[in-house]
Design a protein around this ligand. Sequence first.
Ligand code: COS
Length: 393
Amino acid sequence: MTPSTAHLALPFFDDAHRKLGPRLAEWTGQQQIDESDDRRACRDWVRTLGNAGWLRYCVPAGAGGALGGALPRLDSRALVILRETLAFHSPLADFALAMQGLGSGAITLAGTPDQQRAYLPQVASGQKIAAFALSESDAGSDAGAMATRAVEAAGGWTVDGSKTWISNGGIADFYVTFAKTESEAGTRGITAFIIDAAAPGLDASEHIAVMSPHPLATLKFTNCQLAGSARLGALNGGFKLAMQTLDIFRASVAGAALGMARRALAEAVHHARSRKMFGQTLADFQLTQAKIGDMAALVDAAALLTYRAAWLRDEGERLGTPVRVTAEAAMAKMAATENAQRVIDMALQMHGGLGVKVGSKVESLYRDIRSLRIYEGATEVQQLIIGKAMLQS
Ligand code: COS
């Protein structure tokens, strides 16, 4: 099944985006990766996406990125199109690409030239797998409450504590990790570090099994020794760096949800046209037409919010006047993930018994979409962010 690319005609996009969508859709349609083991499949996807050059959109031009010239360091619209197209085909392929971007995003935003040289080209080629380690068991939505601490020692750092729900945990080559460097300073006492998987004192072996399998682990840091050069960005500037990274990638989570919703809608339309009942097709029933009408409007509403958030950020960067898109990205993430869940549920219902049969596309989408309403800021966090922004305006 091939996704429509009609939306790329919208004024949010440039010619580069209009070419990117169909090219990637054609490429993804030719890929066959066995996804029965999520960790092996994720490694395979990273390698395949890297070899084909798609991961180059996760890093800036100077580090081997795909887009240069007038386009910004990371192009939000390209990320949205990539994730939307990959998620239509395979949510795990989308996950593999997204994590390369999220896991290296803080290095793009705040890394020294040495750090950028050491990590970004290999993220772009798929030779290094990236991860973003922010959450803890008692600090998910309340990221500022983290307890993992980094203490300066003999020119380097010692990290102790634990991170959990870490995507790519166990298969990543490095973890951009956020730790408390000033215990009483709340969000103003957090610093980012680049921690290589082989760092002594880091244990990433505790895999977490989830309903839509993908690499996920708990990380334990015990007297984990880092060189001074592992610090990423300003001392105690880690919380803002994490939030700035999420501002970019939240709009792309919306893109992924959109891809899954578009796939569910396409599956529903296909099924409605072919399924015969009571002497006609399912599509002939007004009830079916009404449902498909609802689904299409939910998809388009999410698309417009998603493209707006991505365009606003890109346009600010292009004009040299970066704008904070926190509220717009939050709206996109919230609406796209919630709408996608509804669209997929309606598509599943339309499939009847086939919808819950393991192995049917709508059944796996039903599981795949669920975590997107939680990770990178749950819907309730997005509501808070949007509400705060409205009250401050
Ligand atoms: N860009 C730049 N700076 C930001 C920012 C952003 N998007 N968001 C917050 N900040 C800054 C604020 O300006 C503030 O700066 P000052 O200390 O200079 O005043 C500081 O960071 C603290 O911000 P705030 O007071 O809003 O933080 P809170 O702790 O009240 O709440 C929420 C922040 C809940 C919005 C935040 O913790 C969050 O997004 N949580 C979800 C985290 C998440 O996504 N977890 C999933 C893990 S990633 S898979």
